[in-house]
Design a protein around this ligand. Structure first.
Ligand SMILES: CC(C)(COP(=O)(O)OP(=O)(O)OC[C@H]1O[C@@H](n2cnc3c(N)ncnc32)[C@H](O)[C@@H]1OP(=O)(O)O)[C@@H](O)C(=O)NCCC(=O)NCCS
Length: 253
C-alpha cells in the first residue's frame, strides 16, 4: 500500500523532472504561452486555439485599474509602511472579494444556474429585486459602460463562444437598466463570468481568474511605490472628517 497521504493530479515531481498535467515542463517552456499554461493547469487539458486566444484576452483585461481600486490602495499603503514586496502584494490580494474582482464567482454561479434552469433575465432581475439583492457583475464606480466588457464579448464572438450565458449576461444589463435612472453596465467581472461559463469552467474558479490576472498589476504598483516614493508618505484620507463624540474630559476617579 502506498504511504502517500496526499495525491494530486496536477503536477508530477521527480528528481530532474516536472510534468504538469502529464506534459514535460521543458517542452511547455518552448511551446506554450502563459495563457495556454494557465488554461492547462486549471482545466487539465490543452486549450484549442480559440480557447487560448480567449484566455489571453481575459487575463489582459484585468491586469490593472490604476490607483482607484482597494487592492492597489492597500498594496501601496502596506509598502509605504516599510514592508516587503511580498507582504504588500499579499495585502492587495486580500482586498479581492465579492465586490472587487471576486464578483466573477457569484456572477458565474448565477448565470450557470439560470441557464441550467431556463430562467430568463426578467425573472432573475425580479427575483433579486424582491430579495433586495444586487446582481454581481453589474455596476461600476467609474464607467457608465465598461470598455473591457464589450471588447471581451467581441473577442468571444470572434472565437465562437457566444452562447446562452453571454446572451443572458447582456439581457440582464438591459433588464436591470429598464425604467431605472442608474447606469448598471456589465462590468469586466460580469463579462469574464459569462465567458468562463461558456468555456465550461466551474464558477468556483471565478475569483482565481481575477487573482491570476491582477497580481502582475499589483507587483508593478508595489515596485513603483518602493522605488519612487518615500516611506510613510501622505497616503491616507487627508480630508477625512472626524464625526465622533465632541471633546470631553474623563470623569474624575
Ligand atoms: C460596483 C459597485 C460597488 C459600484 O457601485 P456604485 O456605482 O457606487 O453604485 P451605488 O452603490 O451607489 O448604487 C447605485 C444604485 O444602483 C444600484 N445597483 C448598483 N449595483 C447594482 C447591481 N449590481 N445590481 C442591482 N442594482 C445595483 C444600487 O442598488 C443603487 O440603487 P438605489 O440608488 O436605487 O438604491 C456596485 O455596482 C456593485 O455593488 N456591483 C456588484 C458587485 C460587482 O459587480 N463588483 C465588481 C465591480 S468591477
Amino acid at each position: 500500500m502506498s504511504e502517500a497521504n496526499w495525491t494530486t493530479s496536477i503536477t508530477k515531481t521527480a528528481a530532474g523532472e516536472l510534468r504538469v498535467r502529464g506534459y514535460e515542463i521543458t517542452a511547455m517552456i518552448r511551446q506554450l504561452t502563459f495563457a495556454q499554461t494557465v488554461f492547462l493547469i486549471l482545466k487539465g487539458e490543452l486549450p484549442s486555439a480559440a480557447e487560448a486566444r480567449m484566455m489571453e484576452g481575459m487575463l489582459v483585461s484585468s491586469i490593472d485599474h490604476g490607483i482607484t481600486p482597494p487592492s492597489n490602495l492597500a498594496a501601496r499603503t502596506v509598502m509605504s509602511g516599510g514592508n516587503s514586496l511580498n507582504a504588500a502584494v499579499a495585502a492587495g490580494v486580500l482586498t479581492i472579494g465579492d465586490s472587487h474582482g471576486g464578483a466573477i464567482e457569484q456572477c458565474a454561479k448565477i448565470l450557470q444556474e439560470a441557464v441550467a434552469q431556463g430562467e430568463d433575465a426578467p425573472t432573475l432581475v425580479t427575483r433579486f429585486k424582491a430579495a433586495g439583492k444586487r446582481i454581481p457583475g453589474y455596476g461600476h464606480r467609474i464607467h457608465a459602460r465598461d470598455p473591457r466588457s464589450s471588447a471581451l464579448f467581441t473577442l468571444a464572438d470572434e472565437c465562437g463562444f457566444t452562447g446562452p450565458h453571454i446572451r443572458l449576461a447582456a439581457a440582464l444589463m438591459e433588464e436591470l437598466e429598464r425604467g431605472g435612472t442608474h447606469k448598471l453596465p456589465l462590468n469586466v467581472d460580469g463579462a469574464i463570468a459569462a465567458i468562463i461559463s461558456e468555456m465550461g469552467f466551474d464558477w468556483r474558479l471565478g475569483k482565481g481568474f481575477f487573482l491570476i490576472a491582477r497580481v502582475p498589476g499589483l507587483v508593478a504598483h508595489v515596485f513603483e511605490e518602493w522605488t519612487t516614493q518615500k516611506p510613510m508618505r501622505k497616503l491616507g484620507p487627508l480630508g477625512g472628517e472626524y464625526a465622533g463624540p465632541a471633546d470631553r474630559e474623563l470623569p474624575l476617579v
